[in-house]
Design a protein around this ligand. Structure first.
Ligand SMILES: [Fe+2]
Length: 371
C-alpha cells in the first residue's frame, strides 16, 4: 500500500478567514510577504481575505503571479522577501498563486536554482529552513493548499513539481472567498478538482482510504459544479466545491494519470490547467476503459448516475453545459506539436500511475481524439 499521511492543518468553513490573525501571530509573522495576483486584488478578494488584519498598510504584497507559475516569478518573489526582510509567507489566490508561494518558501531557506528541487531529479535537493507559510485558496480547483508539491514552469521549459509535502504551516479554506469567482474559472478550476478525484481513484496503486476520499470528493464536485457556475453566490454549492477540491488534492499521494501528464505538457506552453483537464478527462477515460471495468460503476455510483452510464459521453456533455472548450483545437494547439507533447507526457510523473501503460502511439491517438 502507498504511503498514507495527512500533512496539513486546515481551517475550513464560511468565515474561517478570521483565523488568519491568530495563525499568523502563532507562527510569529510580523512582516509576512503576501503572495497573490492582480486579478484577486482587483476583484476585492485579497481585501476580503485579509479584512481581519489590523495593519495592512505598508504590507509587502507580491502580486506578480503569472497565470502559470514560473521559476522567474519564484525568484522575483524571493527577492521581494529578502529585500523587505520578511519573516513568513501568506499566499492568497488560485492554484498558480499557492504553488508560487510554496516555491518562494522553498527558495527562502536555501536559494539554489529551483530546478535542483524538482521531483524529476533522481535525488532532489532537500528543502531546509523554509519560513512559516499560510495558504488561502480563492478557487476550488488545484487544492494546492493541501497538495504535496508546487507545479512550476522551469526555465528549461519543463512544467513539473517541486515536492514539498510539509511546507504549508496552515491552510485556511473559506468558501466565501470564491463567491465572486467568474463562471468560466469556476467551471475550469472545478473540473481540475473533479479530474483529481477521478484520476486518483483510477490509479492502480492500492490505497483504500484515499479511494474513499476520492469518491466523496467526486460526489460533491459533480453534484455542485453546475450549481456553482449557474449562481456563484450559492454558498452551499461553493462550500461543497471547496471541500471537493481539498479532497481531490489530499488524494494526489495515490498518483494521477494521463489527464495530468498531457495537461502538464500543454501547460508548459501556457494553456490553463483546469481547461486542459476538462478537455482531456473524457478521452483519457475512453483510452483507459478496458482496464477500468470494475471501477467505472463505482464512479457512476459516486456521481449518482446509473452504473452503466457512458462516462465519456457524460463528461463531454458536462463540459458543453459548463461552457468549456470542446477540444484542444479551440485552444490553438497545433497538430504538429503532438510528437513533442507525447515525449513530454511520457516523461511526466503522472504518466507512471495511469491505469494503462500508455505507449507513444496511445498518446498520439489520445491527442488526436482530444483535438
Ligand atoms: Fe490538477
Amino acid at each position: 500500500m502507498a504511503l498514507l499521511s495527512f500533512n496539513t492543518k486546515v481551517h475550513f468553513g464560511h468565515g474561517e478567514r478570521k483565523q488568519l490573525v491568530l495563525e499568523s501571530a502563532k507562527l510569529g509573522m510580523k512582516k509576512p510577504l503576501f503572495v497573490t495576483d492582480k486579478g484577486v486584488r482587483a476583484a476585492g478578494v485579497f481585501a476580503l481575505a485579509t479584512e481581519t488584519l489590523a495593519e495592512l498598510q505598508g504590507a509587502v504584497i507580491f502580486d506578480q503571479t503569472p497565470p502559470n507559475p514560473t521559476e522567474d516569478a519564484a525568484v522575483a518573489g524571493l527577492t521581494s522577501y529578502q529585500t523587505n526582510q520578511c519573516d513568513g509567507i501568506i499566499g492568497i489566490g488560485g492554484g498558480a498563486t499557492l504553488d508560487l508561494a510554496k516555491a518562494i518558501a522553498v527558495l527562502c531557506g536555501d536559494p539554489a536554482p529551483l530546478w535542483e528541487y524538482c521531483n524529476r531529479n533522481a535525488s532532489p535537493r532537500p528543502i531546509v529552513n523554509p519560513p512559516p507559510l499560510i495558504l488561502m485558496p480563492t478557487t476550488s480547483g488545484s487544492g494546492s493548499e493541501v497538495g504535496r508539491s508546487a507545479v512550476i514552469i522551469f526555465n528549461n521549459g519543463i512544467k513539473a513539481g517541486v515536492g514539498c509535502p510539509t511546507i504549508v504551516s496552515v491552510a485556511i479554506c473559506d468558501p466565501e472567498l470564491t463567491l465572486s469567482l467568474p463562471k468560466y474559472m469556476t467551471a475550469a478550476t472545478g473540473m481540475d478538482a473533479l479530474s483529481h478525484c477521478v484520476e486518483t481513484f483510477c490509479s492502480p496503486l492500492v490505497n483504500p482510504p484515499i479511494d474513499a476520499i476520492a469518491l466523496d470528493g467526486l460526489t460533491r464536485l459533480y453534484q455542485h459544479i453546475e450549481r456553482a457556475v449557474a449562481d456563484g453566490s450559492d454558498a452551499e454549492a461553493r462550500w461543497h466545491m471547496m471541500m471537493g477540491a481539498l479532497e481531490g488534492a489530499v488524494c494526489f499521494q495515490k498518483g494521477l494519470g494521463a489527464v495530468h501528464s498531457v495537461s502538464h505538457s500543454l501547460g508548459a506552453l501556457g494553456h490553463h490547467h483546469g481547461t486542459l483537464n476538462a478537455i482531456m478527462l473524457p478521452h483519457v477515460l475512453a483510452i483507459n476503459a478496458s482496464v477500468l471495468q470494475d471501477k467505472l460503476p463505482l464512479l457512476c455510483r459516486a456521481m449518482g448516475v446509473a452504473p452503466d452510464t457512458d462516462l465519456v459521453e457524460l463528461f463531454l456533455q458536462l463540459n458543453q453545459r459548463l461552457g468549456l472548450p470542446s477540444g484542444l483545437k479551440e485552444l490553438g494547439v497545433q497538430k504538429e506539436s503532438f510528437q513533442a507533447l507525447t515525449q513530454a507526457s511520457l516523461a511526466d510523473n503522472a504518466h507512471k500511475t495511469n491505469p494503462r501503460a500508455l505507449t507513444e502511439n496511445d498518446y498520439l491517438r489520445l491527442l488526436a481524439a482530444a483535438w
